[in-house]
Design a protein around this ligand. Structure first.
Ligand code: TRP
Length: 333
């Protein structure tokens, strides 16, 4: 019997994966994959809470699988799958919606934030999004959910839903814990370093994508916003841009902030930005090349996500069956 603890996490295919997705999430997933039984999902059902262009969504989803593998997630040791391929996610989400309160969903900061930004499309899916996320996590009897701190409230709600359900029906769900990695967790926009580097604010060049060419990466770093000072020093309060670049450089090279400060003492921001850009180019080069090769091998990718969905579905079916039975649904023959 495998006694490893379980991990579940997911990223929406609502935009291309960024340096922030890698340093803040996937890199950490790779590290965890040795010691845990991991389910890493591409949450396409979540992505349609915002309008998507179908052909682009399909392309990005496949590319995201290839990039997961290229970043070092071995599909033999991790369950890599596409959420919509495992119908139990949508099924359990419905059940959990009936155990989630309107008031709770109304208090979710992500809902408030997204609805204020997209006032013309405040759909019911956007509102019930956290119940679907709870279903993702609870279906697998997950122990740990590695996430960025913006998702902490959703995992807390997941725990509340699980406990509420368990209080009525007995021990059906494992109550998961969130897990926020310490370092490199928050990569900020290169243009607006007050904001998280996000797939959706590409326009201003604040974002570096995993598949960007060296040329594009170098340009983005050379244009990165800094400050009117000239000293490379870590100070996330008053030197947000430089501190973000230091975080990136540190994550890319393994150098500490003190080492970086020493190495660039007396040098200008120009040299520093070039060094950060080059470190990111070298970090991403093998990932991009590997993903490009994988994307040419459609049969292999299909095999990976098919195998992933089969494996995920088997685990998910067990939980859903138990839930339906507890609820009093007549067992399907
Ligand atoms: N809501 C998460 C995000 O936007 C993505 C997500 C969906 C997720 N389901 C999940 C993350 C389950 C962790 C576990 O980042």
């Amino acid at each position: 019997m495998d006694q490893k603890k379980r991990i579940f996490s997911g990223i929406q295919p609502s935009g291309d994966l960024t340096l922030g997705s890698y340093m803040g999430a996937i890199k950490n997933w790779v590290e965890l994959s040795g010691g845990y039984e991991c389910f890493y999902c591409i949450v396409d059902l979540h992505a349609i809470t915002a309008r998507q262009v179908p052909a682009e969504l399909r392309k990005r989803t496949l590319s995201q699988i290839a990039q997961y593998i290229a970043c070092g997630l071995d599909p033999d040791n991790n369950t890599l799958f596409i959420q919509s391929h495992v119908p139990a996610h949508a099924e359990l989400a419905w059940v959990l919606e009936c155990y989630t309160m309107f008031g709770e969903l109304s208090r979710m900061t992500q809902f408030k934030d997204k609805s204020s930004k997209n006032a013309d499309n405040i759909n019911a899916g956007l509102f019930t999004y956290p119940a679907l996320m709870a279903a993702d996590i609870l279906l697998y009897q997950t122990d740990l959910v590695p996430i960025g701190d913006d998702q902490k409230q959703h995992v807390e709600l997941t725990r509340d839903i699980a406990q509420r359900f368990n209080a009525v029906y007995g021990d059906v769900f494992k109550v998961p814990e969130h897990f926020i990695p310490k370092i490199g967790a928050r990569i900020m926009s290169l243009q607006v370093p007050e904001n998280k580097m996000s797939k959706s604010d590409a326009a201003a060049g604040g974002c570096v994508y995993l598949m960007d060419s060296p040329d594009v990466i170098m340009k983005a770093f050379k244009r990165a916003v800094t400050d009117s000072d000239t000293v490379v020093r870590y100070d996330p309060e008053s030197k947000k841009g430089i501190s973000n670049l230091m975080t990136i450089y540190s994550a890319a090279t393994g150098k500490s902030f003190a080492e970086i400060e020493n190495a660039f003492a007396g040098k200008g921001y120009g040299d520093f930005k070039t060094a950060v850009g080059e470190s990111v180019v070298e970090l991403l080069r093998p990932i991009r090349e590997r993903a490009e090769t994988l994307l040419k091998n459609k049969d292999y990718l299909t095999e990976v996500y098919k195998k992933g969905a089969d494996r995920a579905a088997r685990t998910a079916a067990g939980t859903l069956r138990k839930v339906y039975k507890k609820l009093g649904f007549v067992e399907r023959q």
